[in-house]
Design a protein. Sequence first.
Length: 322
Amino acid sequence: MPAQFKDYYATLGVPRDASADDIKKAFRRLARQHHPDTAADKKAAEEKFKEINEANEVLSDPEKRQKYDRLGARWHEAENGMPPPEEEPGFTSSQEFHFGGTGFSDFFEQYFSGGSRYGFPDDYGEDDMPRAATKGRARRGHDIEGDILVTLEEAMHGTLRPISLQTVDRRTGGAVAHEFQVRIPPGATDGRRIRVPGQGEPGRNGGAPGDLFLRVRHAAHPDFTTREADVYHELDTAPWEAVLGGEVVVPTLDGSIKLRIPAGTENGQKLRVRGRGLPKGKSGERGDFFVTIHIVLPDRVSDAERELWEKLRATSTFNPRA
């Protein structure tokens, strides 16, 4: 199935030699601009947000970026549906099925998602016997695995996602489309596999169909990252806030909270707020929310401010190298 080449550098508006930091900054700027929760046109913003996330997913990962850069010189082959060079012999390539509604394009699914069919090679049966020896025996269909992009808001509250799966009937060569809904449960952590029974490849000789497994991939968020059920946020802090302490308002996935910064907080220090992360299953328990302090220096100071800094230097007994 042909897949249209995606220019991820153009999507993020960065040159091909952009640094990892440049890519991160470009993503955050665009993600804030097109986040569905804040944009006026939510439908258009949602599509743009998915495109930005897909580009970031590839270009922020050194291994995927290297593969993409190699593929860039062969993009005409990609448009013609050429299989990835890493295809494993003996197993069906990801070309034989593709998803809709997962948040990733066909191009990403074919080359970067790691989507796969797994089970037994076509030359062998389920008991590792040659196919000729198992001819006519009922055989369960292969399982299929792919990625599904889930926003942190969806991971927090759960959602119902319409999914389409298109496969190729190898007997007729025709496309077969399946449409169904998948429930993303609250607290769906990154990497979690969601099983959809009976939506894999059809069985043979009356055998049961395989299952579909969707790997949850958290959409990159401009303000938050996750680790299991814990949510992390980087907070830019003025030097005097770190030294003197104070109270600041910080965003979380379910509303803003007031956070007390203790006096003498160091750069990189993590402050924990219990129970404000993602849900942990049906128990109602939640992960924690961690705020990482990032002390930011002013890039320019007024004459009055400079005078105060100089006065502080003259009066302070603090010596970080003592």
